[in-house]
Design a protein around this ligand. Structure first.
Ligand code: SF4
Length: 283
């Protein structure tokens, strides 16, 4: 088993399918010009219906796993030329920028919306505030509310494993935060006024971190950050921007725990993100 297969196993993408001899070279998609900046719903290089293996029934997503490790699938993405550390462009009325510790304290004491009445504690973020990757989710869930950290429990473990699979250490290489800093009761969807009340905290976090790339996880985070009502299927596979920072959309790990076959699509997103990041830093 090679290293790629080992990584696939770690994040639950096995078993591993191997391309048939010369299959990719012969595939018609190889001869098509790449689509600009877009991951097709059925990416070039994916098997045709006749050659697509049966749907996985357990922790496996063989077709997309095969595609994710193959050059043709990534041919759909255009190279990106970017400054190494873009300056965020605030897109909303801004409050004065607080220092990191002051900002943390302001969030901890915040009574800016009704969620302060039901939270156990605020959830500011975790990881390295100097990291070049910023992972943004929706809002704290029950475990996060208890522990005061985003992405803990099984979903957090899955996220950590997936990031490790593309060579990222969650303590060193990434910072992880949510759009909302307090848990909506019963994990209901956040309301518009709660998002507005909380958005300046995330803006300030981004101004401090100045990440090279943002990974927005889940429909809610993606739609909120991009001010869009598009489905996650439409938002994935494209390079967006938030406050001037390149942003890529993928699934929330909690969703992946319930929808195992989509782990393979998530892996495609991570490969896209890693490749984009390398282009952004000029590697
Ligand atoms: S969700 Fe945001 S705005 Fe609302 S109380 Fe918590 S920190 Fe304040």
């Amino acid at each position: 088993m090679n290293r790629r297969q080992l990584i696939g196993d770690v994040i639950g993408l096995g078993p591993h399918w191997l391309a048939r001899g010369n299959w990719f070279a012969d595939h018609p998609a190889r001869r098509l010009p790449p689509a600009a900046d877009t991951l097709a719903e059925e990416p070039a290089g994916m098997p045709t219906a006749a050659e697509t293996p049966p749907a996985p029934t357990a922790i496996s997503a063989p077709a997309a796993t095969q595609a994710s490790t193959s050059a043709p699938q990534l041919a759909a993405f255009e190279p990106v030329a970017e400054a190494k550390r873009p300056s965020p462009t605030p897109a909303m009325p801004t409050k004065p920028l607080l220092g990191w510790a002051e900002l943390e304290k302001a969030v901890a004491n915040c009574t800016g919306c009704r969620l302060c009445e039901t939270r156990t504690q605020t959830v500011f973020g975790r990881g390295n505030p100097q990291a070049r990757w910023l992972i943004i989710g929706e809002a704290p869930g029950e475990q996060e509310d208890r522990q005061g950290k985003p992405f803990v429990g099984r979903a957090g473990q899955l996220l950590d494993n997936m990031l490790a699979a593309i060579g990222l250490d969650t303590e060193r290489d990434v910072y992880i935060a949510n759009v909302l800093k307090c848990r909506p009761p019963g994990n209901r969807n956040p309301s518009g006024d709660e998002i507005v009340a909380c958005q300046d905290y995330l803006r300030q976090q981004i101004e401090h971190i100045r990440p090279t790339l943002i990974l927005a996880l889940g429909r809610f985070a993606a739609q909120t950050l991009l001010d869009s009502t598009d489905s996650i299927a439409r938002l994935r596979g494209k390079l967006h921007r938030y406050q001037g920072v390149p942003l890529i959309v993928s699934f929330h790990p909690a969703y992946l725990l319930r929808n195992l076959p989509d782990k393979a699509k998530s892996w495609q997103d991570l490969v896209f993100a890693r490749r984009t990041f390398r282009q952004l830093i000029g590697e």
